[in-house]
Design a protein around this ligand. Sequence first.
Ligand code: 1GP
Length: 236
Amino acid sequence: MYNISEWDHVFKLDPNKMITDTDLQRVCTSGTDAVIVGGTDGVTFEKVTELQERLESFDAVCVLEVSDLEAIAPGFDAYFIPLVMNSNHKKWMMDVQHQAIKEYGDVINWKDMLTEGYCVLNPEAKVFQRTDCSLPDKHDVLAYAQMAEHIFRLPVFYMEYSGTFGDRGLIKEVAKQLEETTLVYGGGIRSEEQAEEMAELADVIVVGDVIYDNLEVALKTVKAVKSTKMKDGGPS
Ligand code: 1GP
């Protein structure tokens, strides 16, 4: 029902951050393809469900990016499950997901689940530290992308630069490797120009923190991404 390969732009809302009703409405009616609820710190069941209830007033596609077993709430349109490929511990690639399936496997609607091959590329990001990542070099990243597409056949390879603007040269190289797997880029987009630059390379652009720091700019990234995609050969 929700085909990420058809998306161009998504907003990521952090359940641990405050957003007013007016701003939430503007995010949800911005023309973005979906709103992802996800974060690293302080993501609790209560905070996730509180934000989810507020989101229900709008028509936006709402996705929960699962980061904590205790904060999985029913009723989202889809669930994104990150597998952190450059973590040093199998825990973040296999074990937390295994535990979740043990607990919720019987009630999961499998068609609403989507697995993300996550590659965390900003050593300063909280997620990098929390999931005990190593910083991969270019060859490592390209091999992770190939593994995502050819070994695990994952629907998504997510280059996560959370908090910092990514390396366009590397993203371009990765994009060349992927045919079936959708390339998602997130991190440090704080202007329309940056949104355009990344939309030229990746399939889906994730915009997060700037929502809280400068909503006007955040909203403009939707059009910036959509028009770049149109220029580059029609809607994806
Ligand atoms: C975070 O990739 C997203 O998971 C977006 O990053 O918050 O830096 O925009 P920013």
